[in-house]
Write a protein that binds this ligand. Structure first.
Ligand code: FES
Length: 338
């Protein structure tokens, strides 16, 4: 026999022998009614946990309202997260425990058959479904029935109520058109708020910048929101590498350029700067902007360049804004003109 010939016959001893199903082991609840009752109560308790979680999430939505500072946002998210977790976990664990301890435990061998079933098979399948419903004993277990209906029925409220609550909310998008930047405002480091001199920014460096603000402004309720809109990425490169359009001549200072850090795709903070190419990458969906060329999009889903902050230096050598950004920061939305 040559190397290429293959043996295709096999003796009956070589064939795989169907080992059949392992012997059936009864669960405690199948033989002991008290164990079955105990399982039922455990399932009910899990559904009750879900109900408590759902009611808790609704209370959290209405009562733990963030009032602008970081701690209150964190508390509101924590309260919603924990209660939603209980709500979903209760339903999930109850369903698993119910299936494992109370539902029918007969092993079933399902043979392969043609895809299209005849009428007789469909009638048999329907009968099995009805048997399954009977097997689950839901009709007989009224407390269990009540708890599952209540838990599953209440759960959609955790989604519906916040959705309905947002109708009539604050949808005034005109506030995105302006930020804290204005003529003469110094660029300061985030979070220290230390003014930045042009001479402090070395070629190749990147600094996260926020507008100068008094202690009183920084402790105000709206500071976090306003700061988030105004945050800037400051980059210095060799002035010879800068390609400035005619209308932007004078918006940079000795190779230092300032762009909004909010991605124009869906608003993640752009973060990763590549010194050699002057590309800045948004880690969310990889939009890439060229900060040596007006922060134009060179890759990814963003459709607009990053808005630029025109900068200059004051008579003490500190970097200052010449004005607000050249256009609204952040993602496109339906009301904006550009
Ligand atoms: S948010 Fe930046 S690429 Fe999507």
């Amino acid at each position: 026999m040559s190397d290429r010939e293959v043996t295709t016959t096999s003796s009956s001893e070589d064939r795989f022998v169907d080992p059949g199903l392992p012997p059936h082991k009864s669960r405690m609840g199948d033989t002991d009614p008290r164990a079955a009752k105990r399982s039922e109560m455990q399932v009910v308790i899990l559904f009750v946990i879900s109900i408590v979680g759902t009611i808790g999430s609704l209370l959290a939505y209405f009562l733990v309202v963030p009032d602008g500072d970081v701690a209150s946002v964190r508390n509101a998210n924590l309260a919603l997260g924990v209660t939603l977790f209980l709500s979903l976990m209760g339903i999930g664990l109850a369903a698993i425990h119910w299936a494992k301890t109370l539902m029918s435990d007969h092993e079933v061998a399902e043979e392969r058959h043609p895809m299209a079933s005849d009428a007789e098979t469909r009638a048999a399948a329907l009968g099995k479904l009805q048997d399954g419903a009977k097997d689950s004993n839901i009709a007989r277990r009224t407390v269990l029935k009540g708890s599952v209906v209540t838990a599953v029925g209440l759960f959609p409220l955790t989604i519906a109520v916040p959705l309905i609550g947002s109708v009539g909310g604050d949808w005034d998008v005109s506030k995105f058109k302006h930020t804290l930047w204005e003529k003469g405002k110094r660029l300061t480091t985030d979070p220290a708020g230390r003014p930045v001199k042009a001479s402090d920014v070395t070629i190749g460096s990147v600094v996260q910048i926020i507008p100068e603000a008094s202690e009183e402004e920084r402790s105000g309720h709206s500071w976090i929101t306003e700061k988030a809109k105004a945050v800037v990425m400051l980059v210095r490169m060799d002035p010879a590498d800068l390609k400035e359009s005619e209308d932007r001549k004078g918006w940079s200072y000795n190779g230092i350029v300032a762009y909004s850090k909010i991605c124009t795709h869906v608003g993640c903070p752009v973060a990763l700067y590549e010194q050699q190419t002057h590309h800045v990458l948004c880690p969310c969906h990889q939009s890439t902007f060229d900060v040596s060329d007006g922060a134009k999009v060179v890759f990814g889903p963003a459709k607009r360049p990053l808005p630029q902050l025109p900068i200059a230096v004051d008579n003490e050598g500190y970097l200052v804004a010449q004005d607000d950004f050249n256009e609204p920061v952040g993602p496109s939305y339906w009301e904006r003109l550009k």
